[in-house]
Design a protein around this ligand. Structure first.
Ligand code: PLP
Length: 384
């Protein structure tokens, strides 16, 4: 009696079983997978956050499919601070970036249409695609002293059923930003073949080096949807506030926004107190981002200090984002590596993110520094 799209294998995998057993036995665990910023010891201005949620204007209901104008102005202001000109009429608020993906997939794709996604990347796409009857086709990212898009296989993967190309900017977990030359190439491919660029920019502000990275939010040269939200930018995943922005050729953009507006109007999903608080939340982002970036820098420095004392494990270059990728010797299975349970370390295996088996571990750089020191030293001792 259930839809085929929900025939998921719901049995726990070896890793989650071993992790549950380790926790149930009350053994200590150093968790190098943390991604929830509210549990990493960052300082938040609690009273400012809570005050922002008690705006009396929330007592009346103003249904607006795109979201309250004051909130969309704040989103446009965020891009203006970066030097990008975004019209508030092209912004649609959603409860999460995942929901924004959902609106975009529904707008672009009929059942069985293809979307191209980067590999390696974030595991959420498989579920989102299945729920929306979309077929994912992977295009490779190459690593050679830094990450880049491999355009030849990307172009070969395009078929008459392809509707768009997803770019994660910077990508999770590789931390790779789309460079100007890559943006230009994506624009020319998508403009010529009438495809949309879907750019996930939730980690855009967490660059570790160089100039301010380019955003796709004001991309003019190809049909584009840019997605982001407060979960990473402000470290407030619990507020459930995100957005999508349509940009590109005028005629296409108007049509896209009109269609999206019908979807958004069907749900009207973002609640009033949070929308009214969005301008204040944006003001608070600077202190959060400074804390995150300085922790990431300290964790990377510690990682490099320990890696320098051995030769079995190395790390790949990180341009931004919240993770580092470790290259490890292929002597253990991915999941043995990932739990390292006798050592009391929890770390994600590379295959979670589509890396080939047994070669990589993904380490969160949000982990409090003391745990990074201990966790990394135990991983290196285990792999020696
Ligand atoms: C690349 C990427 N996109 C989107 C999300 C989800 O964001 P949201 O909390 O807004 O749904 C995540 C969460 O980790 C992510 O890593």
């Amino acid at each position: 009696m259930f839809a085929k799209r929900t025939i998921w294998n719901l049995t726990p995998n070896r890793l989650s079983e071993a992790l549950a057993a380790h926790r149930a036995a009350g053994k200590p665990l150093i968790d190098l997978t943390v991604s929830n910023p509210t549990e990493c010891g960052f300082e938040y201005d609690s009273s400012a956050i809570l005050n922002a949620l008690s705006n009396p204007a929330a007592l009346s209901y103003e249904p607006n499919p795109k979201g309250l104008e004051s909130a969309r102005r704040a989103v446009a202001g965020y891009y203006a601070d970066r030097g990008d000109d975004v019209d508030i009429e092209d912004i649609i608020l959603t409860t999460s970036t995942s929901e924004a993906y959902s609106y975009v997939f529904r707008t672009l794709c009929d059942p069985g249409d293809d979307l191209l996604i980067p590999s390696p990347s974030y595991p959420l796409f498989d579920f989102l695609a299945e729920i929306h009857d979309v077929n994912l086709v992977r295009y490779p990212l190459l690593y050679d002293h830094g990450w880049q898009i491999d355009f030849h296989p990307l172009e070969q993967a395009i078929t008459p059923r392809t509707r768009g190309i997803i770019v994660v900017n910077p990508n999770n977990p590789t931390g790779h930003y789309a460079k100007q030359a890559e943006i230009a190439k994506l624009n020319s491919i998508c403009a010529e073949r009438r495809l949309a660029i879907i750019a996930d920019e939730v980690f855009l502000d967490f660059a570790l080096e160089g100039d301010r990275p380019a955003s796709f939010a004001a991309n003019r040269d190809a049909p584009t949807f840019a997605l982001s939200g407060l979960s990473k930018i402000c470290g407030l995943p619990q507020m459930k506030a995100a957005w999508l922005i349509a940009s590109g050729p005028q005629e296409w953009k108007h049509e896209a926004v009109a269609r999206l507006e019908v979807i958004a109007d069907t749900y009207l999903s973002v609640n009033a107190p949070v929308q009214l608080a969005i301008p204040r939340f944006f003001e608070l982002r600077h202190s959060f981002q400074e804390q995150v970036i300085s922790r990431i820098r300290r964790n990377l420095a510690e990682l490099d200090r320990q890696l320098a004392a051995q030769s079995a494990v190395s790390r790949l270059k990180v341009e931004g984002g919240w993770c580092a990728v470790l290259r490890v010797p292929v002597t253990h299975s991915d999941e043995d590596l990932a739990l390292l349970n006798k050592e009391g370390i929890y770390v994600h295996p590379g295959h979670f993110y589509d890396f080939s088996s047994g070669r990589s571990l993904i380490v969160s750089l949000l982990t409090p520094e003391l745990q990074t020191v201990q966790g990394v030293s135990r991983i290196l001792a285990f792999l020696r």
